[in-house]
Design a protein around this ligand. Structure first.
Ligand code: FDA
Length: 309
């Protein structure tokens, strides 16, 4: 892992930096590249703008590790409202939540109840709820939450991170369920005891996990693979695999983050590939923004250009 990536990821959890940065106009300006705004209305507008290109979306409110249990209730009510708004808008937009936003750090039973409420509403509206994967200390509990929700509906999916050694086993254990799985490389600062330190190993594992999930025996009712990456070489290799193995279009979607690799997003959509763009919004964007910078240190130049531009 590069020194710059380590520094940016360490900075992402620093409260002093967060306070300073979020009040700085140039940082706020550069964030807008990855985030259409702080409110759900901004995200819905961005989703509507992507629709003519045939690009569908996932909406997620930024924020993690709540400071009080009452915030979990607010987040739950917010997402219930978002599900209703999506329904009224006629957009094909999923939602994606973080278990810590629903209260996992405070009270697991509360988190389960909140998730139940959201899963029930998503199911009733014929929508879909994704569970993000946070840092490695949450993986076990997040998978348990997913398994529980999956007994209620197939309209729920989970993100798994290719940088973790354990993910191969987790994938194997979830295949029999017919699970919707979003494979990502992984965005947090993890020690070499739990995660591959070398990017080439993460990339190789990514390919391995996706091909496993695209195999005929993994295609059970409810199964869906989200190939969530901006790594175009990897996405193209998987597209070739899909073509060569005649994987049905219903088995997978590509997924990318709003504002990243826009040209490639348009290219995939023009090729007729199903592409879902994850749109983040919310006031609590600092740690998320630092993780985006860490993914591509060249983005720092963008910040510098914004500062002097
Ligand atoms: P990689 O980092 O190798 O990047 C490949 C190329 O893409 C780079 O060379 C660059 O050109 C471009 N690129 C990547 N990131 C960029 C950026 N920020 N700005 C500009 N260019 C960039 N993580 C997690 O831990 N839990 C989760 O639940 C999720 N959820 C999630 C959903 C979706 C839809 C996506 C696309 C990603 C996530 N992630 C995530 C984030 C993920 O783990 C990972 O950190 C990023 O996607 C970056 O990794 P890539 O796979 O894009 O490859």
């Amino acid at each position: 892992m590069s020194v710059m990536r380590k520094v940016l990821l360490a900075g992402s959890t620093n409260p002093w930096l967060r306070d300073r940065a979020t009040k700085t106009a140039f940082v706020r300006r550069s964030v807008s590249r990855f985030m259409p705004g702080e409110h759900v209305e901004d995200a819905l507008r961005a989703a509507a703008e992507l629709k003519p290109q045939g690009i569908t979306t996932i909406l997620t409110k930024l924020g993690e590790n709540l400071t009080g249990v009452e915030e979990a209730e607010q987040v739950t009510l917010h997402y219930l409202d978002v599900l209703d708004r999506i329904d009224a808008s006629g957009l094909d937009a999923h939602i994606s939540i973080k278990p810590t936003q629903l209260g996992l750090d405070f009270d697991r039973a509360l988190c389960e109840r909140n998730l139940d409420r959201l899963v029930e509403r998503a199911d009733a509206l014929g929508n879909f709820l994704w569970i993000d994967m946070e840092s490695s200390i949450y993986v076990e509990r997040t998978i348990e939450l997913f398994r529980r929700a999956r007994t209620q509906t197939a309209r729920v999916g989970i993100a798994l991170q290719a940088y973790l050694y354990r993910t191969e086993k987790d994938v194997e254990s979830l295949v029999p369920l017919g699970a919707a799985i979003r494979i990502v490389k992984g965005a947090y600062l993890e020690p070499p005891t739990v995660a591959f330190p070398k990017k080439s190993d993460v990339d190789a594992n990514y390919l391995k996990l996706c091909t496993r999930l695209l195999a005929p025996e993994a295609r059970k009712p409810g199964a869906l693979l989200h190939i969530a990456t901006h790594d175009i070489a990897l996405a193209d290799r998987l597209a070739t695999y899909i073509r060569d193995h005649r994987v049905p279009a219903s088995a997978y979607e590509f997924a990318m983050l709003y504002g990243i690799q826009r040209n490639q997003q348009a290219r995939l959509a023009q090729q007729g590939q199903r592409l879902r763009v994850l749109i983040s919004y919310g006031e609590y964007w600092f740690p998320w923004y630092m993780r985006r910078l860490a993914e591509r240190p060249a983005n720092m130049w963008f910040v510098v250009r914004t500062l002097f531009g």
